[in-house]
Structure formats: C-alpha cells, structure tokens
Ligand binder design. Structure first.
Ligand SMILES: Cc1cc2nc3c(=O)[nH]c(=O)nc-3n(C[C@H](O)[C@H](O)[C@H](O)COP(=O)(O)O)c2cc1C
Length: 362
C-alpha cells in the first residue's frame, strides 16, 4: 500500500514538474508572429520607410544590422553604424561593408519591383556611404523581390542532392556584378578540401577566447530575448533548441566545443550541393559593398529556386588561412570575400530585425 502511494505521489510530482516546465519553457508562437509581421511584402506606392524595411531584411554578419539610413529628396543613403562593429571577427570592417552591400541590393530590388529604378553610387571615403537615387519607371525584377521575405541563412544539413546545371547558371547570372568574381565548386574532392579549410579556421577561432566571447554576446537563447533585442543570432535560427536565457549561456559554455562544431561543419558541407566563393577585384570598402550586392542577389535567386545557403567563412576570416585559401583557388593576389554553401533543405525560423524608426537618422 505504501509502495503504491509513493508511486502515485512521485507520478504526480513528475506530472507537476512537467506542467510547470511546460509553462516555464519558452515557446516560439509569438516569435513566428513577429517574424511574419516584419516580413510582409509591400503594397503599391511604397514609402521610403517601407523600402528601408525591405532593405533591413538583408543578410548581415552576426545579424548586428550595422546600418543607418538617411532619407533624402532623391532617395536613400545607407551609412555604416560603427557602434555595431564586430572587431574580433571583422577587424577591418570587411563584413560590415559586405552587409551594407546586401542591404543596398534588397532596397534596389524592392524599389525596382515597384517601378522605382535605382541608381547606386558608392562614396568610398573614410567611412564609405551608399547613395541610392530613385527614379520612376516600369516595375522590374519581381522574382527576386518576392524572395526577400523568405531568404534566410539556413545553418542545417542539406539534403545531399545535386543542383541542376540550369539552376547553377541562374545563380551565377544573378550574382554578376562589376568588380566581383564568383567561383562555384561542386566537385566532391574540392568540397572536401574546402571542408578542411573550414575546420582549420574554425579550430583557430574556437581557440581564441576573444572570438568566442564576441560571438556569445550576439547569441539570443529565448524568443523573448530575441524579440526584445531584435538583432543577433537566435538559437532557433541556427537549428538549436530555445531555452531560458540563464540556461542558454550555461548550455553554450558546456556544448559549444571545437570537436562538436568541426563535426557539424564537416557534416553540413558534406550534405551541400556546392560552395560559392565571392571575390572582389580589390580589397576595399567599395568592392566589399559590391560583393554584398552580388551575394544578396545570389541568395535571393537561390531562395526563388527553393535553394538554401549558409556561410562557412572561416577560411577568409582567419588571416593566415585566407592567403593559403586564395592560393588554392588559383588567385594568389586576391582577397576571397565570402564562402557560402548551398543545397536544398526545409526552412528554419526567420531572424528578426530592429524597427525601421531605429535605423533612420536625420
Ligand atoms: C558578411 C557576412 C558574413 C557572415 N558570416 C557568417 C558566418 O561566418 N557564419 C554564419 O553562420 N553566418 C554568417 N552570415 C549570415 C548572418 O549571420 C545572417 O545573415 C544574419 O544572422 C541574418 O540572418 P538571415 O540571413 O537568416 O536573415 C554572414 C552574413 C554576412 C552578410
């Protein structure tokens, strides 16, 4: 009788913990609603603020959103927000300017689809700035525009299947940009070598406490934290479990290990149809912005074709590795800018952006 009572009591305790845990463990419902709200396509005759919202849905390093926008009589200017630099992983602001290029391209695509052809000038002074003048004309480029809300960095394993030559041609065509070359690698032996470069670069980064600390600063573990900050890298967007913030930090410290990350990267590259490497003609903000424009178009075209992509930039982030990687590419004098794997996979949750009023300056 006693045993039975004990059993019932412990059964009730487990149920109570389960019910309490269910209430206390964060869930994604409100998060998805917020992401959907931010990602509505525009109605006709969009305002400049509307175009800025489309622009901010662009890819950007660590989701720091390192941009400011100034609305002018002629259109929009995009400026760097240097308070959002990631000085460890990106000491020369390379990723920051590539991110501005991605944002510029989204704005150009969204404006074009609404009959506002854009003329882009890059002012490459000390702090480079992008001037986008908007005219009036016929709507163009609807395919890429429709893809803007659905483009994402999909940091999961892909399905291991090849991509057709005609789809790869479309990706290549979309990425064409003056001053930027794109190399597409699909040979298994070459993908294996890229995997070796990524693992070597990742090992160097994981051995650097400053790199790990900077990354940790931009991680968001719970939906509430992700919604409140509206920037940074939310666990669910990388295919990782969501959890209360105070558990998340401890979980990261315990499970974010060099071996686990290296095994994940090998698996992810092995499951990809190919890798695209973006290389600007010169290593300066002007060309980094052009690389961003090229990559964003590649990524939007991929999205339109149901193809995912994710960055594996370790070979270009670690300086000593970057020159060896350039030599392996057969471009010893170049600075390779981005390394991106692609293939097919289900979508992960979409990342969030800060409100438009927070990024417009006067
Ligand atoms: C210049 C640049 C560098 C990036 N580097 C990495 C990277 O090394 N690893 C990674 O997982 N994602 C990388 N990303 C992807 C960003 O983290 C991603 O764009 C951002 O978190 C927003 O998410 P979304 O692309 O899904 O909208 C990079 C993006 C850009 C534009």
């Amino acid at each position: 009788m006693l045993a039975r009572r004990t059993l019932i009591a412990s059964g009730l305790s487990v149920a109570a913990i389960g019910i309490l845990g269910y209430g206390f463990w964060p869930r994604l419902d409100g998060y998805h609603e917020e992401a959907e709200r931010q990602r509505q396509l525009l109605t006709s005759d969009p305002t400049l603020q509307d175009l800025v919202r489309m622009s901010t849905l662009a890819a950007n390093g660590h989701n720091t959103q390192p941009w400011k926008y100034r609305l002018t009589d002629a259109g929009v200017e995009i400026l760097p927000d240097l308070s959002r630099r990631t000085e460890v992983v990106d000491p020369d602001d390379h990723h920051l300017y590539v991110s501005l290029g991605c944002a510029a391209e989204n704005l150009v695509v969204a404006a074009g689809a609404h009959g506002r052809p854009a003329d882009v000038t890059i002012q490459s002074s000390h702090e480079a700035r992008i001037d986008i003048m908007l005219g009036n004309g016929s709507p163009v480029g609807d395919t890429l525009y429709q893809a803007i809300p659905f483009r994402q960095s999909t940091r999961s394993a892909f399905d291991g299947q090849p991509i057709s030559a005609s789809d790869i041609d479309l990706l290549n065509t979309a990425a064409q940009q003056d001053g930027v070359s794109v190399l597409i690698v699909t040979e298994p032996a070459e993908l294996q070598t890229i995997s070796d470069f990524v693992v070597e670069g990742n090992s160097a980064q994981m051995d650097d406490p400053a790199f790990v600390a900077e990354l940790r600063d931009w991680l968001r573990f719970s939906p509430n934290e992700a919604i409140n900050y509206a920037d940074g890298l939310f666990s669910a967007c990388s295919g990782n479990p969501v959890m209360p913030d105070w558990i998340g930090g401890r979980f990261f410290d315990a499970f974010f290990t060099k071996d686990a990350e290296n095994a994940k990267y090998r698996d992810h590259i092995g499951s990809s149809a190919g890798v695209a490497v973006f290389i600007g003609d010169q290593a300066d903000p002007l060309h980094w912005i052009r690389v961003g424009r090229s990559f964003e178009r590649f990524s939007l075209q991929a999205t339109a074709l149901g193809i995912r992509n994710a960055h594996i930039n370790q070979p270009i982030e670690v300086p000593s590795l970057r020159s060896r990687f350039a030599r392996w590419l057969g471009m010893p004098n170049a600075r390779p800018d981005l390394v991106v794997r692609f293939g097919r996979a289900p979508a992960l949750p979409m990342s969030l952006r800060r409100p438009v009023q927070d990024v417009i300056v006067y």
